[in-house]
Design a binder for this molecule. Structure first.
Ligand code: PLP
Length: 410
């Protein structure tokens, strides 16, 4: 049952999009791992910015430009506090988690030598695979893969052995799988990696809306996430990095904002974080991201976690009773965020399309995790992913709709 600590109907009323119907069916949005919906507080904050403060930040010498600069830098400070960064300068605004990881690969990665090793668990999203594959092509580094067990748990003894045997420079892994909904023991993994002098990049794209993140308690080196999976707008992401690591990294995008001096034959670049923020930044989006953090953090994390865990436990119970349905990674009490499944003899695309006609939004395919799907020998799956505004009734409607649809697809 949904704990009484969160007033879910009142929370839902703050999301204008959720009150609509699709072809006469109430909208049931269960694709939150792809992107979350936005509360009125975020929409209003962005509109207010455009109506009262819009200007190019860090450039103008007039009141509006000051307001825009203040708004942009306030957002940076808010993000720093949200993840407990030591300094606001450690927060780099990017376009997305994808761009944040690419920035590390394309800047920090330049220092790597042929034969240096980067390790990834097989569960990673393509955003945390392809930038490293590109680096492999460009620099001749070695990419090595860490196995997981049938529940998606990282093989720690294999990781320790790899760290002892190879000159591992970076371990890049997600804090929460976007398919399995399982989380690796990050603190333990980071301490093992650090003992062997290996840096750790955390892809927090999924974790950020479901669990608190404290980069100093984790002792991580880099961390990436996107605002749009955190009830904030699209178009802005965050890269956090330890100050001394960012400080040693060259810029990737050249242009305005990121320079110190420009001459006909050379340029010098700015300090962090501006060094990485070439061009006009996403100011309204930063305002929206700050509003999303302010909005979400009014609720205690333990209540969010309990509510979402209850939803996924109910989903596991209901779905696993459907004949032919198999949960990728099996049933587990430790799941959060996402749950993926297959239905014997039915293609996930067909199922998702018919569910969509009933107003139910789920994701079907490989969810940008082809190596994971190959590893589990599943060509594709259907995924439901929950957020703070989802209800047990929605989960029950999903499961009864699958039962209804199933005979017509056989
Ligand atoms: C685990 C994980 N990492 C990275 C990403 C990439 O996020 P974005 O598309 O916002 O850059 C996603 C998106 O689904 C994800 O689930």
């Amino acid at each position: 049952m949904t704990p009484l600590a969160l007033d879910i109907p009142a929370i839902r009323r703050q999301f204008p999009i959720l009150s609509q119907s699709i072809d006469g069916h109430p909208l049931i949005y269960l694709d939150n791992a792809a992107t979350t919906q936005k509360p009125r507080a975020v929409l209003d904050a962005m509109t207010h910015f455009y109506e009262t403060a819009n200007a190019n930040p860090h450039r103008g010498l007039y009141a509006l430009a000051d307001r825009a600069t203040q708004a942009y830098e306030d957002a940076r400070g808010r993000v720093a506090a949200f993840i407990n960064a030591a300094r606001r300068e450690e927060i780099v605004f990017t376009k997305s988690a994808t761009e944040s990881i690419n920035l590390v690969a394309k800047s920090w990665g330049r220092t790597l030598e042929p034969g240096d090793v980067i390790a990834l668990p097989v569960t990673e999203h393509h955003s945390n695979i392809v930038p490293w594959l590109q680096l492999k092509e460009e620099k001749g580094i070695e990419l090595t893969w860490i196995d997981v067990d049938e529940k998606g748990r990282v093989n720690l003894s294999q990781l320790e052995k790899m760290l002892e045997e190879k000159s591992m420079k970076l371990l890049a892994l997600s804090a929460l799988s976007n398919v399995l909904g399982t989380a690796p023991p990050l603190e333990k993994i980071i301490s093992i990696a650090h003992r062997m002098g290996c840096l750790v990049l955390i892809d927090a794209a999924q974790a950020v809306a479901h669990h608190p993140i404290d980069v100093r308690a984790l002792d991580a080196d880099f961390l990436a996430f996107s605002s749009h999976k955190l009830y904030g707008p699209t178009g802005i992401g965050v890269l956090w990095g330890r100050e001394h690591l960012l400080d040693a990294m060259p810029p990737v995008l050249g242009g305005g904002m990121m320079i110190d001096e420009v001459h006909r034959d050379r340029f010098t670049f700015a300090d962090i974080p501006m060094r990485f923020e070439g061009g006009t930044p996403p100011v309204a989006e930063a305002v929206g991201l700050k509003a999303s953090i302010d909005w979400l953090t009014q609720f205690p994390w333990k209540d969010i976690e309990a509510h979402e865990r209850a939803l996924l436990e109910r989903a596991q119970r209901e779905l696993s009773e459907i004949p032919g349905l198999s949960i990728v990674g099996g049933k587990t009490a430790e799941r959060s965020g996402s749950l993926s499944f297959t239905l014997a003899g039915i293609h996930p695309h067909d199922l998702a399309e018919l569910l969509g006609r009933r107003g139910i939004c789920v994701r079907a395919g490989h969810h940008c995790t082809q190596p994971l799907h190959k590893y589990f020998a599943v060509p594709a799956s259907t995924r439901l992913s929950v957020a703070i505004y989802n209800t047990e009734e929605e989960v029950l409607t999903l499961s009864s709709s699958i039962r209804d649809i199933q005979p017509s697809l056989r």
